[in-house]
Write a protein that binds this ligand. Sequence first.
Ligand code: EPS
Length: 358
Amino acid sequence: FTVTTFGESHGPAIGCVIDGCPPGLAITPEEFRHDLERRATGKSRHTSARREADEVEILSGVYEGRTTGTPIALLIRNTDQRSKDYANIAQQFRPGHADYSYWQKYGIRDPRGGGRSSARETTMRVAAGVIAKKWLQQRYGVQVRGYLAQLGPVTPRAFDWDAVEQNPFFWPCAEQVPELESYMDALRKSGDSIGARVNVVADGVPAGWGEPIYGKLDGELAAALMSINAVKGVEIGDGFAAVTQKGTEHRDEMSPQGFLSNHAGGILGGIATGQQVTASMALKPTSSLRLPGQTVNVEGQPVEVITTGRHDPCVGIRATPIAEAMMALVLMDQALRHRAQCGDVGEVPPHVPGTRGG
Ligand code: EPS
């Protein structure tokens, strides 16, 4: 099961090809709308003002509302490109932006909206994730959900899944939302940007998904989350907190009723334990800033850069649906691989009853 995307932020369209989806899954263009809107720009004053309809066209792989098993091609036409915003950065590099490394690699300067390095590319990951989420839910009852776990210095004071979808931040504590809004308003006024942490979890993952050495579930999850623009760190389970933990603290003790804790993030030796799969990712602050910074131009001369245009002061705010999509895509792939080798859930008996699921 593979997904590739194509297109540029300021090109005519973006799209993806999903290969290896089983036949028979019911899917309509309307079903993409919810998650695409959750990720989209222009939904609150705290994100980029670019307005895109993000209407999905299904070009192939679906017949009479069901997947056929052949490659699924999805297309979204760009409608609100404004390349002129980028005229002043055409000859210079934004510090902290991929335009520098793209230039070093390809020697071609396409400054319009960051091209392939733009957050716009993540639209298609979310679209592909809709298919994976639906298949996982229908076939195995697996649910993938995420939330914003930290915005700059602010951490949630309480946790409530119901709160997450009620605010533009995907924040799990409703009473803190005004605090986040004032923080973001002040930040936007200052012209600066801020980093964030997004957590993503999967409930109902059956024990056994994942590969023991090559293609470990945690390894593939880390790679998938790390491949999202602006992600600089990924943790599975307790992640870097494990550095200071004792073995007695970190190990997840077991009982006939199941595990007593989940420091491992639902994965041992690259294979799912049947517990909730948990991951966390750190997103860097956006590099396109209207505050002046020191840089070089394409001739290597020192210049000052100021970026105008429509930018997110915190890309982490829109990253929750992207993290969910990437986790769902990895889980769907691992589910299909597990099925191919070991048969379906229930065909391989659990050695310790009670530790499956839960
Ligand atoms: C982005 C810059 C802005 C954002 C864009 C990501 O676009 P533009 O250059 O057209 O003003 O709106 O994000 C999206 C369009 C999107 O759909 O996520 C950037 O510099 O990465």
